[in-house]
Design a protein around this ligand. Sequence first.
Ligand code: FHN
Length: 417
Amino acid sequence: MGSKREAKMKQQWFDEARFGMFVHFGLYSAAARHEWVQNYERLTDDEYRPYFDHFDPDRFDAKALARRAKATGMGYVVLTTKHHDGFALWDSAFTDFNSVTACGRDLVRECVDALREEGIKVGFYHSVIDWHHPDFTVDWNHPRRDDENAHELNKGRDMARYRAYLHGQLRELLTGYGEIDYLFFDFTYPESKDGWDGKGPDDWDAQTLLALCRELQPDMLVNDRLGIPADFVTPEQYQPTAPIVKDGVALTWEACQTLNGSWGYHRDNADQKSATLLAKMLADSVSMGGNMLLNIGPDGRGAIVPRDAHVLDELGEWMQLHRGAIVGAGHAPFVPPREGVYTMRGDRLYLHLFSWPMGFAHLPQLAGRVAYARLLNDGSWLKTSVTDPDQQADLMTPAGEEEGTLTVHLPIQRPDV
Ligand code: FHN
């Protein structure tokens, strides 16, 4: 990689965007019960084949998806080009197990074109795991791992052939669709489990894969899931509790989160996160200098299901009110109040209150400044004043105002350091 300055320049759009959309869509979407369905139900290729034969995403509308991401305040979209089941969402010359063969549509092409039309950055997700490929070792996480003849299945399988396939498909994606801004590899597992051959960076030839990315798409950001360091780290389904620092350097990170615990569409999963919770998670990520990648799982026909659309609509409303506190914002060098977090953009400090404050006693740096609080739901301005650290703020809880995030915009001089 070039100088630190070059790296910073390369990731500037990412640091600015702060908020992206993850899209898990594939054959598993029609099963409607998790993207690992082939694994969880131990489906053989023949048992899984009907999802390919009947794949018809007639309601997959990339233009609408791009518009929705934009309306939700997301600056980039990451599409699963191939998940662990090996189904390619583009016109791959390496396999007929792809969306063009299945339904005549290159869904990667449709998404890339639609995103660019909306001015949204293009991200690919690509799994190094491939349960469909005949040379991919039947190992601890393969759908066939329980077959009594699994060891027989591995005879003749050659990971070197699979490696060539993996590298070839990556080349297709990184040369056939113009400039790609972001790549989410998924996932390596260096330690061997249950006595099966574990797979580590060497099995994928991770260094060559990364070199291929740098050669073909020099400005593209690559994540850490090849098992070797790259451009950003990817905490999954949890929120770090502080900026992620390694050897004294704050790492670029992005927390990927589901809407309801499942990445692929899961019909019976009603464990839906609310827009308020997601707004808090987003503010929380930005307050620690990170991004949030929020996942949607379109259903088998490619539609965003109503419950997900509703949450995205509400999040979009929040982002319209508080965009400045998120996009282009980051960690603030102040101790936040117990009830919330700070984000900072330029000389403006944003106080996100996740619950009504018990007091501002520990906010000395705010003393003497008037804070303007804008409520989550109705967008009205509520004038508050913080005149003395020991004085309770006059931030009144309007009767009946439901708890939510509140962004308090504070023009503030940076502390004399
Ligand atoms: O196994 C995958 C899973 O299906 C999903 O794609 C997530 C998204 O980050 N990654 C892996 C689990 O860590």
